[in-house]
Design a protein. Structure first.
Length: 77
């Protein structure tokens, strides 16, 4: 998962990062963070699947998780 790799690289540089995934990728995300020495790093987990959502529905899903995204990017680690 490139997004986990990118997040790890950002965090190493002191730049907050998070990953937004769907439920189907949870295990892969957890494994990748653990293998890169960042076990327990937070991520945002959306319901799966989302590929069939219409733009308005995707907007609503995004808005439901916006607080989590902001919290993770502004939390002190």
């Amino acid at each position: 998962m490139c997004s986990v790799h990118d997040t790890v690289e950002f965090e190493k540089r002191g730049i907050p990062g998070t990953v937004i995934i769907t439920q189907a990728f949870k295990n892969a995300c957890v494994y990748q963070f653990r293998s890169k020495g960042m076990a327990g790093h937070p991520y945002v987990e959306l319901p799966h699947p989302i590929h069939q959502l219409q733009p308005e529905d995707m907007r609503n899903v995004t808005l439901r998780y916006m607080h989590d995204i902001v919290r993770q990017l502004t939390a002190a680690r």
